[in-house]
Design a protein around this ligand. Sequence first.
Ligand code: ATP
Ligand code: MG
Length: 221
Amino acid sequence: MANAAVGIFGGAFAPFHNGHLRLALEAMERLDLAQVRLIPTAHPMHRPDSQISPQKRLDWVRLAIAKEKGLVADDREIRREGPSFTIDTLVELKKWRPRTPLVLLLGADAFAHFHTWHMWEQILEIAHLAVVSRPGSSLLPPVEADILRGRHTDTAEAFRTVPAGLWMELPLPLMEISSTRIRRLLKQGASVRGLLPDAILDALTPKDIELLTHEDAPGKH
Ligand code: ATP
Ligand code: MG
């Protein structure tokens, strides 16, 4: 597909869950993306580093998408030194495929503070944004990101014909799943099956579970 866009989906993924998986798959289908690159973050700005190693979180992504054509685990942020800035990731990807439109996939909670991201205006010079509904968060852009007014589109087509800088909502059925909820249930000794792929759940070691239950830093969803 000429000029098919590529989706970029980053997160702590501590752990990766079915909300993440559905978001990536539905975005790929609805926006006709050539692929979605799933990028675990190593040293994010907006929350403390995960207790779980980046490699382990990447392995979970790999287990989740083993059979999914089009979903790609991308280790670039865990290989990079220093803070994990999305702008750096996008610049790298743009060098890799200069003519391919890039679409940054975000949950509505992340979109709500997009204007606090490092070099967010430059992000809009390189990528489009697609925002997925999330319980408790509005799909409206943050008022501080005033340049997003007038940059709205409702067609995925526009993501292919304009190089960057547009945003659209991608309303999905609300998914009441978060990594925080999974960690909380694990702490209670309750079942989490169905909330994350079986392949991840079945691979969790007692040590993984211990680390997940101690991951209680602020700033989580
Ligand atoms: P935590 O509870 O640790 O914050 P999380 O479930 O919010 O975990 P993250 O790794 O923080 O997952 O999120 C990565 C991205 O996935 C963010 O853009 C977030 O908005 C989005 N996301 C996560 N879960 C959902 C969901 N259930 N519905 C829509 N978007 C989601
Ligand atoms: Mg979160």
